[in-house]
Design a protein around this ligand. Structure first.
Ligand code: NAP
Length: 309
């Protein structure tokens, strides 16, 4: 493909923006808002992210689009079915972020159970001078249920095994590559588990998979950790369960309406709130960025993606 026109859907960090600007014939959508409506037929490739996505409406305005290269592994914000039906190739950045996202899940498990973030506030606010922080919950040796035993779910299990945790998982179907126990019934997994960690994709098939009943099954001593997508959890039901004390705690990296987070959670010491930072380290973001460019270049040179969806 000779000098294709690339549409950048949203802003990335400066290094990424500059590299796109330098190496490709680039249209920045936020700077040329009318471009899609007026000259969408000129676009060959879209560069986007799990956050910005690419909607069916946008796709319809790009009749000659050949590929979508996305930064991130989640693809619930991309109109995948419409793109595939038109033979548009899609790449994401799988695997290079597994370790950091799994580290985040383990961090949330420990922080939520041991309440390190709240204990830190206890020290900073001078409360230690007035008394000890209350006792918290142990992590090692506990039962861990993983919902979504894929690339990231397996890395979480690897780390949790180091904490002698008893591990079971739920997918839509059993994974023959693992010896960990499969639980077809999500509620049964929740009622068995001390910690329920979500590592499945977002989108229609997992919308509110974790509802009031699953939370009730996890119970007053159970802790929910979500590093997948906010849409997987019925957030209102989660707030209600935490307020009522029928759920033991929650460690959340993702929310239904990011960056808006229910304020009812702010004062709860058994809740840890992160601003969607699962993969947000220098090393991993660079690896993700490089993989976007490797996909772009492979598609331009050979018509092939390295990590197709
Ligand atoms: P993956 O390898 O595709 O694994 C997804 C797992 O979820 C698979 O084991 C799949 O098994 C299971 N699954 C899919 N649909 C399901 C359903 N309806 N019910 C139950 N299980 C289901 O994906 P991954 O690379 O591990 O990434 C997982 C997700 O993590 C991403 O889609 C993204 O949303 C999220 N993520 C978050 C961050 C962050 O910053 N917090 C960063 C990266 C990724 P079956 O197909 O057998 O059901």
């Amino acid at each position: 493909m000779t000098r294709p026109t690339v549409l950048q859907v949203g802003r990335f960090p400066p290094r990424f923006n500059e590299r796109l600007q330098r190496d490709y014939q680039l249209i920045r959508l936020w700077e040329q808002k009318e471009f899609l409506a007026e000259r969408g037929a000129e676009i060959d490739i879209v560069v986007t992210s799990a956050r910005y996505g690419c909607t069916a409406e946008q796709l319809a305005r790009m009749p000659n689009l050949k590929a979508i290269c996305s930064f991130g592994v989640g693809h619930d914000s991309i109109a995948v079915e419409e793109a595939k039906a038109r033979g548009i190739a899609i790449s994401t950045t799988p695997d290079v972020l597994n370790e950091c996202v799994a580290d985040t899940a383990i961090g949330l498990i420990i922080d939520t159970a041991r309440q390190f973030s709240a204990s830190d506030q206890h020290v900073r606010q001078g409360k230690w001078l007035k008394g000890q922080y209350p006792l918290t919950r142990k992590v090692s040796g506990k039962r861990l249920g993983i919902v979504g035993f894929g690339r990231i779910g397996k890395e979480i299990a690897k780390r949790a095994a180091g904490f002698d945790m008893d591990i079971r998982y739920h997918n839509r179907r059993p994974d023959p590559s693992t010896e960990y126990g499969y639980e077809a019934d999500l509620k049964a997994l929740a009622s068995w588990a001390d910690f329920l960690v979500l590592a499945c994709p977002g989108g229609a098939s997992t919308h509110h998979l974790i509802d009031a009943e699953v939370l009730a099954a996890l119970g007053a001593d159970g802790i929910l950790v979500n590093i997948s997508r906010g849409s997987v959890v019925d957030e209102q039901a989660l707030v209600t369960a935490l307020q009522a004390g029928t759920l033991g705690g929650a460690g959340l990296d993702v929310f239904e309406d990011e960056p808006r987070v229910p304020e009812a959670l702010f004062a709860m010491p058994n809740v840890v709130l992160l601003p969607h930072v699962g993969s947000a380290t220098e090393e991993t973001r660079l690896a993700m960025e490089n993989l976007v460019f490797d996909n772009l270049d492979a598609f331009i040179e050979r018509g092939e993606l390295i990590t197709p969806l």
